[in-house]
Design a protein around this ligand. Structure first.
Ligand SMILES: Cc1cc2nc3c(=O)[nH]c(=O)nc-3n(C[C@H](O)[C@H](O)[C@H](O)COP(=O)(O)OP(=O)(O)OC[C@H]3O[C@@H](n4cnc5c(N)ncnc54)[C@H](O)[C@@H]3O)c2cc1C
Length: 506
């Protein structure tokens, strides 16, 4: 790993670098004010920085890409932010026969180096600015996941800096090898969420069973992406047509939940904006170079659009893969206030749930924000080939992710926007206490789409423990890993795995 400077850099409030570093989080809803930021460029510097923080009794949080939805890093209680964004080298590591990706690397930089150097990739998120630091520990996944699984399904190991019972800090490598005595630390980072066990300094990627030349150790992405988008003007879509579209989308994913059929080759989304926020859009993407790609995407749009009287406007594009994945997300670089909520769905929304969404999206009697939307995103395929206990990501039975997002600028309007998104979520899952309870037919929630409401009994559901949503039956195992690797609870936030009852903590 390269060394940019000899020691961890400490940036305090008077330092001209402070504002840039303290303000790296993407959600303007939070007002971070850490005493200091420690910037580290190597594992050795991370050891020193964490030891100093632990010795000083500082409350710390780790930041990689800054794309957290909640204030897990930007919590005003945090005294020291450890910024790992300079640990960003990507290379083939001979020792492990795996690709080493520094924990501060952005997804875009990882995609670029793995693809240009070796023609391979890790199936990971859609936004190139997301950092691997938080993304991978939360499971990670995106456009190639129905085809190749989640990021953690290709995670061979991690290197992390952890603190023991006595506050002594050390660096550990933990791999998925059955014989590895540190295996539980690797497992905890396959969906247990970032910022809960230690500081990951690098991730090691190699697909299970692969052992050849570097160019064969991870999936090869397609050379080009074929994307087909159907857009319906809201004026042409009445409630019945809306419900039909949502139901068709769900039914298609129920029918194509497996990993082996041609449906697993498609990555799909249905964007349902509020009226005034643009058209309803149905998108599918696949490997443009595969024979039958055109027909597959056409058939998808026809099936999902069936019975919707209005004709959509259809756009088809073919883009080289790297260009496609490096295209910034619409929110990247735009720092506004936002709130997101999400759920895994084991079946498509019911007609009643679709009607509730329709009402929230079209009702202009008390709410006027066009920058609010609900997205249905494809899941399943190869993701569900992995057992719920094999990695810490227990959600291996969902066919869709539902994602609510609301975006605004003015802090005085917080309560209005928060109520819109919370109200919509609560009513859709009313039959399960207002949350997607896995014990009542839903799939739970996604730790990468952090939603602190779920751990707040006033905003979540007092009867459904937040960890059942995020970790389902893997929570007790995660707590054991927590007790072993972070017994002083140095790494903690609103959604971090708690120490088991009876463990001391700090
Ligand atoms: C525009 C956008 C698009 C997204 N798209 C996707 C997607 O397609 N798929 C998906 O799965 N997710 C997606 N996400 C969610 C994203 O994966 C999570 O928000 C993720 O946690 C962000 O990681 P980060 O390092 O950028 O964030 P940060 O805010 O830096 O960190 C997030 C959490 O991880 C912890 N953390 C960070 N680095 C480390 C480290 N080195 N060691 C230990 N803990 C660490 C932090 O302490 C914090 O708790 C998206 C988010 C955004 C904003």
């Amino acid at each position: 790993m390269r060394t940019t400077w000899p020691d961890p850099v400490v940036v305090d409030r008077g330092d001209p670098r402070y504002a840039d570093l303290a303000g790296r989080g993407i959600n303007a809803r939070f007002s971070p004010s850490p005493e200091r930021i420690r910037v580290v460029a190597t594992t050795g510097q991370t050891l020193r920085a964490v030891q100093d923080a632990v010795d000083g009794g500082e409350r710390i949080a780790v930041r990689s890409g800054g794309h957290c939805f909640e204030s897990l890093v930007d919590d005003p209680a945090i005294e020291t932010v450890l910024d790992v964004s300079e640990m960003n080298s990507v290379y083939y590591d001979q020792e492990f026969g795996a690709f080493s990706v520094g924990a501060g690397t952005t997804l875009g930089a990882m995609y670029r180096t793995l693809f240009l150097g070796y023609g391979v990739t890790v199936p990971a998120g859609r936004c190139p600015g997301v950092g691997v630091g938080g993304h991978v520990a939360g499971g990670g996944g995106g456009a190639l996941s129905r085809r190749h699984g989640l990021s953690v399904d290709h995670l061979y190991g991690i290197e992390a800096v952890v603190a023991d019972d006595f506050g002594r800090v050390r660096s550990v490598v933990a791999t998925r090898e059955e014989s590895d005595p540190h295996r539980d630390l690797w497992w905890a980072h396959t969906g247990g969420g970032g910022g809960a066990f230690g500081v990951v300094t690098r991730y090691l990627f190699r697909t299970p069973g692969a052992d050849g030349a570097p160019g064969t150790l991870l999936p090869a992405p397609p050379a080009a992406v074929l994307r087909r988008t159907a857009r319906w003007d809201w004026a042409d879509v009445d409630e019945a047509a809306f419900i039909r579209l949502v139901r068709n989308f769900g039914a298609w994913h129920e029918r194509n939940a497996g990993a082996d059929g041609p449906g697993a080759l498609l990555d799909n989304s249905l964007t349902l904006p509020r009226t005034g926020g643009g058209p309803i859009s149905l998108e599918t993407a696949t490997d443009a170079t595969r024979p039958g790609a055109q027909e597959l995407t056409e058939a998808f749009l026809a099936e999902v659009g069936r019975g919707v009287a209005a004709r959509p406007e259809v756009e088809t594009t073919t883009t080289p893969w790297l260009t496609a994945v490096l295209t910034p997300d619409e929110y990247d670089g735009v720092k506004g206030r936002f709130k997101s909520k999400a759920a895994f769905l084991r079946a498509g929304p019911s007609a009643e749930q679709a009607a509730l969404l329709h009402r929230r999206l079209t009702d202009t009697s008390g709410y006027h924000n066009p920058a609010a939307a609900v997205y249905l995103l494809s899941h399943g395929g190869a993701i569900n080939r992995v057992g719920p206990r094999e990695t810490a990501t227990a959600h291996r039975d969902a066919v869709l992710k539902a994602y609510w997002s609301v975006f605004w600028w003015d802090g005085r309007e917080d309560a209005t926007h928060l109520e819109w998104v919370r109200g919509s979520y609560r009513e859709v899952f009313a039959d399960a206490g207002g949350v997607p309870d896995p014990a009542r037919g839903y799939g739970g929630a996604f730790i990468n789409y952090a939603d602190a409401d779920l751990a707040d009994p006033r905003l979540g559901c007092a009867d459904v423990p937040w960890h059942r949503l995020y970790f389902r039956d893997n929570y007790a195992e995660l707590q054991r890993a927590k007790a072993r690797w972070d017994p002083r609870d140095v790494f903690r936030h609103a959604l971090s795995v708690r120490l088991p009852d009876g463990a001391a903590g700090r």
